[in-house]
Design a protein around this ligand. Sequence first.
Ligand code: DX5
Ligand code: ZN
Length: 219
Amino acid sequence: MKKIKISPSILSADFSELGKEIKRLDEAGADLIHVDVMDGHFVPNLTIGPPVIKALRKFTNIPFDVHLMISPVHKYIKDFADAGSDIITIHPETTDNLDSSINHIKDMKKKVGISLNPDKPISLIKNYLKDINLVLIMSVYPGFGGQKFIPEVVNKISELDNIRKTNNFKFEIEVDGGIDFTNSKEVINAGANILVSGTTIFKENNGDLKKNIETLKKI
Ligand code: DX5
Ligand code: ZN
């Protein structure tokens, strides 16, 4: 059976104690730490940048799964790599040259993720699937935590999983937005193996991180 990984989004954490929150996630069994970077331009919200990621790096050895929602993204990739990102995920519409942005991330020795908003088809990235480590399927329009899961993306996950099987590609499939205990099984069964979650991880069961991580992983 494939290994399911949980990537808690620190967007729902207590921002006044981010270091402690990351330690708590580490102790609770998080597989990755999902960091949502927003620029108030590509998405209508602002969050954090490289200095904060750098400051947080010392609190855990768990890989940082950095989701860049910034445009234009290319000139910032090095800063995020140097700050301690392990996976750098970008949206295709935020770069003039997706090829060169992918290569730039690879040159920095980081894993490459490409993210698709709910209205973006797989055809947009099909030529890159052989070269990347991860596809991040957005199950909400990015910008805010706590939004409702868009069920239509489940078909996109299945389609992507089929393309992966047919071509023997190696990329992982991650899903982001509105993941909860009612839809986690569905996305896993469709082919996803990494689930991002902010609200469910930090708010369900009175914020019992370990229980929420374990429950999301159960198929
Ligand atoms: C949405 C972000 C997500 C979000 C997930 O713009 O990319 O990572 O924080 O949060 P929940 O689980 O609350 O939808
Ligand atoms: Zn995200």
